[in-house]
Ligand binder design. Structure first.
Ligand SMILES: *Cc1c(COP(=O)(O)O)cnc(C)c1O
Length: 361
């Protein structure tokens, strides 16, 4: 950097996002439970379509994503004209911040909220406003109290990451109804498919002018490596986001694979069912060892230890056993470890190892 060449204010205050670790030195059999990935991967139908995409690589992809938006609309019974697709839901979050927040504006999210809200807020030159949660759960009254004339966006993840907790639709509706007129509520539904019967807030979006829902193919669809997400919102907001979105943001391989994935809802149901079974099993097994967690509605649990020291010692021990989980001190939860629900063998391995760790102490 020179005295003359400088980025926009706020950019150098952004801390680099740290992804979940993927390797343990010296082990080839390590199990990665640090990024909330689906242990079963994507639907076979999606994999077949991805393989066929190789024959069309010389063609530019669609710019309007019509086929994928139609497929999402069919499956979720939503108007495709109100859907936008992006490079992960991260891109949708980024587009919202770029289009609606700037210098002098505020963006509200909760203390244990997803780190990308802060990063995109600061990249847009706006100010992050962090609101307390109540018992690691979104507190609607605290959010409403933090809103002012400068508030442009409010982000909540429901279910939330890394806490795994969620609030009910009546609470979200109360939040949407109580926001100042110029503010948009964004409901991040990255884990919505893990909650049987939950629409991610879609009905609320349909009914209101100030609510956007974001969704992803990275979690239950098992396509984190391919980078596809989508948003559903009022027409006036989707029109704005489409103006700032790159026309070729998604490749033909991404678009076609996502379309096949969303049309295979049997795969989604199988993954949801298995996740719920193993999540219940793991939470109970850990609770019996003196490691409690809040009731999780997602594909991970937030294991609580007595102290930061104990959580870190447990993480160190798990690594020696080839088990990679996520430290969440960066999310304001230093005494916790976030553990993704893997397949049955991985859940048994992690429970066994934590049992050994607790037994040694
Ligand atoms: C994983 C996750 C996402 C998904 O991000 P993508 O860019 O779609 O991979 C979004 N929000 C939260 C809270 C998440 O945990």
């Amino acid at each position: 950097m020179t005295e003359f060449i400088r980025p926009q204010p706020g950019i150098l205050d952004i801390d680099l996002y740290q992804g979940g670790a993927a390797h343990v030195a010296g082990r080839s059999d390590a199990v990665k439970l640090s990024s909330n990935e689906n242990p079963f991967g994507p639907s076979d139908k999606a994999k077949e379509v991805f393989q066929r995409a190789v024959h069309k690589l010389h063609r530019y992809p669609s710019t309007d994503h019509a086929a994928l938006r139609q497929a999402i609309g069919d499956v979720h019974r939503l108007d495709p004209a109100r859907i936008i697709c992006g490079v992960g839901s991260d891109e949708i979050i980024g587009l919202l911040c770029n289009a609606y927040a700037g210098k002098g504006d505020e963006v509200v999210f909760t203390e244990h909220g997803f780190l990308m809200y802060r990063i995109y807020t600061m990249a847009a030159g706006a100010r992050p406003v962090v609101v307390k949660e109540r018992d690691r759960t979104t507190d609607v009254d605290a959010i409403l109290a933090a809103c002012r004339a400068k508030t442009r966006l409010v982000f909540i993840a429901n279910p939330n990451n890394p806490t795994g907790t969620m609030i009910g639709l009546p609470e979200i509706e109360r939040l949407a109804a109580g926001l100042p007129q110029q503010a948009i509520l964004v409901i991040d539904g990255a884990y919505a498919e893990y909650v049987d019967g939950y629409d991610g807030g879609a009905t609320l979006v349909t009914a209101r002018e100030n609510v956007v829902m974001t969704r992803t193919f990275s979690k239950i669809y098992g396509l984190g490596g391919l980078r596809i997400g989508w948003g559903y919102g009022p027409k006036h907001i989707i029109d704005v986001l489409n103006r700032v979105r790159g026309p070729f943001n998604l490749s033909s391989a991404q678009l076609e694979t996502a379309e096949a994935a969303v049309r295979d809802q049997d795969h989604v149901v199988r993954c949801r069912t298995d996740n719920a079974r193993m999540r219940g099993w793991l939470a109970e097994a850990l609770a019996e060892m003196g490691v409690p967690s809040d009731t999780s509605t997602a594909n991970f649990i937030l294991a609580r230890f007595a102290s930061r020291e104990e959580a870190e010692a447990c993480d160190d021990f798990l690594q020696t056993q080839g088990l990679i989980v996520r430290r969440v001190a960066g999310y304001g939860l230093p005494n916790c470890l976030r553990i993704t629900i893997g397949d049955e063998a991985s859940c048994r391995r992690v429970a066994h190892a934590i049992g050994q760790f607790k037994g040694q102490r």
